[in-house]
Design a protein. Sequence first.
Length: 254
Amino acid sequence: MTLPTSPAPPPATPLTGRVVLLTGAGRGLGLLTAQTLLEQGAMVVANHRSPSEGLQRLAGTYRDRLRLVPGDVATDDTAALLTSEARRFGRLDVLVHNAAITRDQPLVRMPVEDWDEVQRVNLRGAFLTTKYAVKSMMRARYGRIIYISSITALTGNAGQAAYASSKAGLHGLAMTVSQEYASYNIRTATLAPGILDTGLGAAVAAPQRRRMTDRSLLGLGEAAQTAETIAFLASPAADYINATVIRSDGGMRY
């Protein structure tokens, strides 16, 4: 019996033929991003730490353009495996580092173990995936790395010292990578969304969520739109966007 193949992408889609490695793809913004990348023609290596029915459904539809790689992105073995799986598609064009956790509470009550775990997943994970991806991109003399940060990295947010610090660390990492590997035609972009209608944003306590939403000039953000922005940044149309932080927060009241 012949297995069904993936739906053909629309003609001349910007991501047709591009290979994208996406971390934190199991749910929320990551899952929406995986779906958007696939719909626009990309081949995707999707990392997830826990079981994901959403990814399994996508895998059933996009059999030949989606590879699922479970594992902790902050471990050396998983980070190396992700890039290896991307090369099975022939190359690696784009890394989207989206994997993140949060352990929100006031700083004075925060156990050091919680602080360390947030930094480990959010920042160490970005370091390791970048390290292996850049090696592959250097050989191809082309690459784009997109770090998914948060508006809290720029504004801070009460109760999110660990999370905001880890996301701010992505900004320094991205700026440095863009400078170290510019001669290899590797560029970075950091996207800083505001409060979104899914993922970690949806898990924020209701009073804090209302405060954050009220500060946005456009209110609650739609994760589907943010996924479209990520897809644009992964496309050749964004090749001259480099070494910068892009705010996607609807504008903020001060």
